[in-house]
Design a protein around this ligand. Structure first.
Ligand code: G3H
Ligand code: 13P
Ligand code: ZN
Length: 316
């Protein structure tokens, strides 16, 4: 069942976080549904602008509708990840997305509010929730490119004003993470003092953590042993993610880890089976391995086992 994030976050706040997992194709979608259903977790399917053109937005929609029918007990939001204003409006008009992210974080404070407010107005008229972003994450993705030097932690003193003026339903905050596989060079981690301060100044307001992949080191080693060159890849410590999930971080975004599982499975498969050229054997392994990863990650987030309670709460 597709729902907005409003009730999801209300149910999760202070207890657990819901995983926001990016998908690009059928294999990722199948693995994601299987993992969330195996571990009985509510979840959020994230579709980026890049994914909407890679697989085509209509194909993604058709696949998700089919998955919803295949797993009628599932509970999830369909969310646009890092949208600009035009893409947000397209998703809102589509009648399919239940949540959108407007990422105007590169704009000055007032302009960010102005743009977010316009998206909120259109979204709320249709019962769709809006995630906004304040602060700048580092890292490089297809449509997200902020140089390390420009990355800036969210100023907790700006949060209340931003939320009140923009009307957004949740807020992505820069709390020390960055997108991609190279997040830290040393022992850096989450800025819990910033999360605490935000919680104090905007109590009960759902926060979102982008750039939350943990870049499992065994995964990196296996990729490198099979010909990869991911030197120095490092992610967010899982214990820190679990801690943040109890501090008002209700959504945790993960994309890179899924790509790493995909890369490891395919590198190992073709290294060990050089005679093979068929996509299905590694595809099958990937779906099973990704489902396993999702089961584990939802345990880390605390969303595992919350499906029935979250569904009951969403209907109340
Ligand atoms: O934060 C961005 C996501 O990881 C999406 O990445 O734009 O390459 O699809 P993408
Ligand atoms: P990662 O690159 O850490 O997986 O973050 C993904 C993300 O924030 C998507 O919006
Ligand atoms: Zn992101």
């Amino acid at each position: 069942m597709i729902i907005s994030t409003r009730k999801m976050f209300e149910h999760a706040y202070g207890k657990y976080a819901v995983g926001g997992y990016n998908i690009n194709n059928a294999e990722q979608l199948m693995g994601l549904f299987k993992g969330c259903m195996d571990g009985k977790a509510p979840f959020i399917i994230q579709i980026s602008k890049g994914a909407r053109s890679y697989t085509d937005k209509r194909i993604l929609e058709a696949m998700i509708r089919a998955a919803d029918q295949m797993w009628p007990d599932s509970l999830f939001a369909v969310h646009l990840d890092h949208g600009d204003e035009a893409t947000c409006m397209d998703c809102i008009e589509s009648g399919f997305y239940s949540s959108v992210m407007i990422d105007a974080s590169a704009e000055p404070f007032e302009k960010n509010i102005e743009i977010t407010k316009r998206v909120v107005k259109a979204a709320h008229a249709k019962g769709i929730t809006v995630e906004a972003e304040l602060g700048k994450l580092g890292g490089v993705e297809e449509h997200v490119s902020v140089a390390e030097a420009d990355a800036k932690l969210t100023d907790p003193r700006q949060v209340k004003e931003f939320v009140e003026k923009s009307g957004c339903d949740s807020l992505a905050c820069a709390i020390g993470t960055s997108h991609g596989a190279y997040k830290f060079t040393g022992s850096q981690g989450l800025h819990f003092e910033v999360i605490l301060q935000i919680q104090k100044l905007a109590p009960g307001f759902p926060l979102v953590m982008h750039g939350s992949s943990s870049v499992p080191q065994d995964e990196v080693q296996r990729i490198n042993a099979a010909g990869g060159k991911l030197k120095g890849a490092k992610g967010v410590d899982e214990a820190q993610i679990s801690k943040a999930a109890k501090m008002g971080v209700t959504k945790v975004n993960i994309d890179t880890d899924g790509r790493l599982v995909w890369c490891r499975v395919h590198r190992e498969h073709f290294r060990d089976n050089p005679e093979n050229f068929d996509l299905r054997p590694p595809g099958k392994v990937f779906m099973a391995e990704y489902a396993k990863y999702i089961v584990h990650k939802n345990q880390v987030l605390g969303s595992a086992g919350q499906l029935d309670a979250a569904r009951k709460f969403a209907r109340s």
